[in-house]
Design a protein around this ligand. Sequence first.
Ligand SMILES: *Cc1c(COP(=O)(O)O)cnc(C)c1O
Length: 398
Amino acid sequence: MITPVLPTYARAPIALEKGEGSHVVDTQGRRYLDFGSGIAVNALGHAHPVLVKVLTAQAQKLWHTSNLYRVPAQERLAERLVELTFADTVFFSNSGAEALECAIKMARKYHAHRGEPQRYRLITFEGAFHGRTLATIAAGGQKKYLDGFGPKVEGFDQVPFCDLDAVRAAIGPETAGILIEPIQGEGGVRVVEPQKMRALRDICDANGLLFILDEVQSGMGRTGKLFAHEWSGITPDIMAVSKALGGGFPVAACLATEKAAAGMTAGTHGSTFGGNPMAMEVAKAAVDLISDPALLDHVVRISNYLQQQLQMVRDRNGAIIEEVRGQGLLLGLKCRVVNSTLVDALRDRGLLAVGAGDNVVRILPPLIINEEDVREAIGILNDACAFLSAQTPKEAAK
Ligand SMILES: *Cc1c(COP(=O)(O)O)cnc(C)c1O
């Protein structure tokens, strides 16, 4: 018999009840160190006092107005994002996939507005993940998400990950732009090297294409810069942001230059809930806290320590972990055992982590973790690896 909740998730058998900082407690009273952050969402940890205060204050005043009226909190957050980034303008929505939908529509409209409506195709990359709407599963191109959902939305040409020759070969008279995650998250924590980012920017400039970044997972301080593309020194034309933007409150944004957004005039796009006062107040507070240079420095320092410690776990447990990859606090353990067995063994020992493609376990702690949290996580990882090593037949341990 079907469950009242549509069974589209294979859920772990725990239910979390409350959280504080980098820890959460389940309904049985068990405490976990949260190195998954609700998939890179709770960047400031759980129940951050500033976010709680801002949200409850707004909850007493006004929840929703629609976008038929000016939303002052929306204007303030947009101004702040414009100040902090390449962007001149921002559209707010509720989820990462919606921010990507806006980005895709904007790229198509850009060329249509310039009299070239035939240029609507985007080049995307194998292993990509851009969300679960019809357009974003087509952009991601992964068979497991497309199967059974009818004809794939037209207009996406997928090339192998980071293959610049394949990108050049895929460009045609209908190409509108290139869409890429600076670090693939769901795809298995695969980092696009800075020189490849610069090369893609150059290819876009040489061909009149828009460079569109999906920083839904890699953005908001996770790599030690506000956005991951800053490490390469380039800027995009359009960028989708979500996950940690609201520090746990559902909110997303599509950022763009004035030029890229030129076709998006009144009536061309919209959202009932997007940019509502609750989301805007929390996101403004989260952006202020995360863009603080002291926090970003902390991410660089603590992530170096964590990466170094993870390398030592790997060196000691080569039969379980093949490689440590990623950047900042968006890290992946490429496994030699089935990745979900490591996720389960960690959870059983009080550490939450998240699976990813390419048989990787993602380590996505809140940005506010300290050295004690790292030591706790490393202790659990060593225990879990020792347990799995004892279970693993010798021949697999090569
Ligand atoms: C999570 C994610 C999305 C989709 O976000 P939703 O809020 O689940 O729609 C898109 N792109 C990337 C890179 C993501 O990590």
